[in-house]
Design a protein around this ligand. Structure first.
Ligand SMILES: [Zn+2]
Ligand SMILES: [Zn+2]
Length: 159
């Protein structure tokens, strides 16, 4: 066997090997066609459904908690008592937590309560200083705090 013969044999072997790689098995692919159609059509529809469902799940709680700005619904313990954070006014009957500075409940007009962040003693939200430990909660509205920057009345007379 000459060198040329062995090279040509190797070449034909290589071609035969390549042909098995390059030429696809069409009958098998056509058999899989319904599967590709299924993935191509059902896939996007399924994705849209999942996205829509996720969008609804995200949007739903926002619609549920649509109370007045700054008012939150307090979670309740196993006895049905509202769990409220210290230092924030709340209505014990309605279980609503109000913004700092609020003293009356919007629903039943009841006096709001506040729990002292230092000693945990509960008092009326309208009372600034804690009767037990003396901790003062600033409840003035923003406008009043800004007004206090002006010179006090009678200050000009002294100067
Ligand atoms: Zn209330
Ligand atoms: Zn206190």
């Amino acid at each position: 066997m000459s060198i040329t013969d062995s090279i040509s044999k190797a070449w034909s072997d290589l071609l035969a090997f390549m042909s098995t790689l390059v030429i696809p098995d069409w009958s098998a692919l056509i058999g899989l066609l319904p599967l590709f159609v299924l993935i191509g059509v059902i896939g996007p529809i399924l994705t849209l459904i999942i996205l829509g469902w996720l969008g609804y799940a995200v949007m739903k709680p926002r619609v549920k908690v649509s109370y007045v700005e700054g008012t939150k619904v307090a979670p309740r313990d196993h006895l049905g008592r509202p769990i409220v954070p210290a230092g924030e006014p709340y209505c014990p009957k309605d279980g609503l937590i109000y913004a700092t500075g609020t003293t009356r409940c919007d629903l039943d007009k009841a006096t709001l309560l506040v729990r002292c962040p230092k000693c945990e003693v509960v008092r009326e939200a309208g009372i600034q200083a804690c009767g037990n430990c003396g901790l003062v909660l600033k409840i003035e509205p923003r406008t009043l705090i800004l007004a206090s920057d002006r010179p006090p009345p009678g200050g000009a007379a002294i100067a």
